[in-house]
Design a protein around this ligand. Structure first.
Ligand code: 5GP
Length: 190
């Protein structure tokens, strides 16, 4: 997606050799028009699937999933990372190792909000090692739901996540695929 790649080149900053900061349009301040265009791209890519629910993980997936849910005309559910007294105790749970925080958290989705009749599209901002997607997929399987595929805004193709998901036969659509960041220069795969 050209518009997205241009924004990455213009505003993206590598804060560590493998962590890209895009908080001027995606992760902190959010460009709603760009997100609407992103959601429309995912809608085109998954138009042949009868998606019934969008699933993401808090917190940076939420704004993207909200636009996607509007575009697909279905609800979205975000997996919670933190336990709270108002969280339904009857949840599907999975462990996820966070690439950016280097900690493990237990993600949860209430059993009320994902069922065996769902055909799920997972949405996330980044794909690195694939742990967030695999945690969400674990929950989808526990619910007996079907996974239609994953929509990723920025894939760091030099990290192993994409290959892992490809090897599992999971359909992945990434709107920007970063092949390398040598010398601070960002290159895209296609
Ligand atoms: P994975 O689970 O695939 O290793 O990492 C994906 C998750 O980690 C995403 O949900 C995203 O929030 C975070 N993440 C991974 N790499 C980056 C990055 O380069 N920049 C930012 N801002 N977040 C990242």
């Amino acid at each position: 997606m050209e518009e997205l790649k241009e924004r990455i080149l213009k505003e993206g900053k590598f804060i560590k050799p493998d962590i890209l900061k895009v908080d001027s349009f995606l992760n902190h301040m959010v460009d709603a028009k760009l997100l609407r265009n992103i959601a429309m791209e995912f809608k085109k890519a998954f138009s042949s699937e009868n998606i019934t629910k969008i699933v993401t993980i808090e917190s940076s997936g939420i704004s993207i999933a909200a636009f996607c849910a509007y575009e697909f005309g279905v609800p979205f559910v975000f997996a919670k990372k933190y336990n709270a007294t108002n969280l339904d105790p009857d949840c599907f749970c999975a462990e996820v190792f966070s690439f950016t925080k280097q900690t493990t958290s237990n993600i949860r989705i209430s059993k009320k909000y994902i069922t065996k009749d769902d055909n799920v599209l997972i949405i996330d901002d980044f794909l690195a090692n694939g742990k967030a997607i695999l945690g969400l997929y674990d929950i989808i399987r526990q619910a007996g739901a079907k996974l239609a595929g994953c929509g990723i805004v920025i894939e760091k193709s030099f990290q192993p996540g994409r290959k892992i998901l490809d090897d599992m036969g999971i359909k992945v659509v990434s709107l920007a695929r970063i092949s390398s960041i040598e010398g601070g220069k960002i290159s895209f795969l296609d």
